[in-house]
Ligand binder design. Structure first.
Ligand SMILES: [Mg+2]
Length: 142
């Protein structure tokens, strides 16, 4: 059986393009290497998207050619909570741009190296090295 890996959406895989006036979602700007990376990862893992966005938002974004890479998806509607506890969905790893989850995990006795922190899409660190996020994941996830 494949191990399960949870992956955050916003600023981890890219960024939603929001209409400035209507607030409607016009698309999703995927960060460099995103699709190739998901293709590669799904050979070895069951991929679970885990967003703190609403179910409506998640489904809207996934419709922009992203949904087919995921075996399961979780939104705030089903999985609200203060932090992303990977034990709740039996995931081996979480890939996320939010450093707070790793702190919470450590406090809860979960090995910190199961929380893979990637530079947020568009952050100075990311802009300086747009494929750093992939190398960081590769160095954690075997
Ligand atoms: Mg995020």
């Amino acid at each position: 059986m494949k191990q399960r890996i949870a992956i955050d959406l916003d600023l981890t895989l890219g960024e939603a393009i929001i209409h400035p006036l209507s607030n409607s979602v016009l698309g999703f700007r995927k960060r460099p290497g995103c699709i190739e990376f998901l293709e590669q990862l799904r050979q070895r893992y069951t991929l679970c998207l885990w967003s703190i966005g609403s179910r409506w938002y998640v489904d809207t974004v996934l419709a922009f050619d992203l949904g087919r890479y995921f075996d399961e998806t979780y939104s705030w509607d089903e999985m609200s909570g203060e932090w992303k506890d990977i034990r709740r969905i039996n995931a081996e790893y979480l890939i996320d741009d939010n450093p707070a989850y790793r702190e919470k995990a450590r406090d809860a006795g979960i090995e910190a190296d199961r929380y893979v922190l990637v530079p947020a899409y568009g952050s100075p660190e990311d802009t300086a090295d747009p494929l750093l996020w992939i190398r960081q994941i590769d160095s954690f996830v075997q």
